[in-house]
Design a protein around this ligand. Sequence first.
Ligand code: NA7
Length: 523
Amino acid sequence: MFEKSPGSGGVWYSNTYPGARVDTDAPVYQLYEKELWEDFTFKERYPGQQDLKRYFNHVEKKWDLAKDIEYNKNVEGAKFDEARHQWLVECSDGTQVYTRYFVPSLGFASKPYVPYLKGLSDFKGHVYHTAEWPQWGVKVKDKRVAVIGTGASGIQCIQECGKVAKHLTVFQRTPNFCLPMNQSFLNEEVEQKKKDSGAYQADFDRSYTTFTGFTFDFYPKNTFDDSVEERERFFKTLFDEGGFRFWLASYKDMLFNPEANKVHYEYWRKWVHARVKDAAKAEILAPTKAPHPFGAKRPCLEQDFYEVVNQPNIDIVDLNVTPIVEITENGLRTTADGFVHEVDVIILATGFDAVTGGVTAIDIEGTDGIPVREAWADGVRTNYGIGVPKFPNMFMLYGPQSPTAFVNGPTCTRVQADFVDKLIRDLRQQGVTRIEPTEASVERWGNQVQEVWDNSLFPQAKSWYQGANIPGKKVQALNWYVQLLNADGFISLIIPRTGGLPPYIAMLKKSLEPGLEDWILAP
Ligand code: NA7
């Protein structure tokens, strides 16, 4: 394993900004091997970055992985050698290795995105991107801080920095439809009892059966099946329980039926306005007219974000009204009156070239000599989000056209890793040294991913889910979402009456059946 960072954890290594934490509740945000969870307990229901780092170190120790990982190794290029049926992988320090199989496991958020901001290099203060936060920390206490961006990183960062900064200005282009985290500390003894009683294992098992790889699933009713009172009661239980439930355990038509979606937005908007006392701020954070359907862009979980932004030391600038014209030596100039927001620190919470950026940043060359970034210029092409035509013996994990951004990360990677593990074992047994997806399987998969996407409300948001956050990037469905919906409820494309992860698991299994028809094999 080659790893660019000096330690394990991926995004949880590099994203050390204040407030960084996972939006998945315990215990399913971890690997499911008993030997790993029996003697490790997270400190909080939604673990913070430091705790996640502690977890990665635990796994590394327990599985004695350090001997297999080379840290501070940046993979720059990889090329398939047809004579050897092997990849030649090259690192920036000159390291070269031949390997039969090449498994880019680059995550969906490994290439930070910094938008063009005129004059940024003139700024005399400090500039930090949330994903490249110094490991030694940054002093924001008593400083004047600007945060650009209100995705998950921005919200978490504002929530923490706002409490200690002298003044903090939020530069918001699109409001985040934040949901309540309902955070709590985990009690060692209580968790131990859950482990002993089989509750942990039951949650892990359940995560393979739900749409999202979490322990909860969509409600099997449509929004208007219930009366207004029943709906309000139901919504309240989702908010009380917290997490992504209002998004991913609500009425099953919410992400497909615009009217059902509006009802969700209105409920959420009222909830925000009840918390943010400053009416002008509340309107920017939860406007009368929704900028996009609820949940078509990823919401973020908050703890006291709405109370923090209500503080007098916080201003919110709506960039749709007053865009940033330029960065000056001492701040950010916005149009309306040429006013400069003077700050000491600028925090860029501007996200990532998500899902594809990690893979396309490396010079991975196909058998036709074309790098993957060029091969995908008109759109990503994979089968099952794992194999890529003209890139034999390469298997991506947690990459584009997989369930990636729509499921619990560990569940998704586990499912794919099991698949790749079995595939490699089978190939070895059969004496096969070269495998490549068939064009037919790639065509079918691409159409399937896009067709399902187009039938949902997701395309209506300019989100990283579809590459729309990066200027010039091809807009397309980058994640496998799975289902179509009609008036009768879900219609699975593959297996009736199930959704999300389960059909994906079934398809991967089928793809391994004798004949491996989705793949071209060569001895
Ligand atoms: P996101 O979710 O991509 O958020 C990036 C934010 O930065 C978002 O609010 C953007 O506004 C904003 N942005 C980007 N470019 C600009 C410019 N030029 N001007 C102003 N604002 C800008 O990234 P995160 O790091 O928060 O989270 C990524 C995922 O990682 C997260 O969803 C989790 O799954 C983990 P926009 O919304 O595009 O109007």
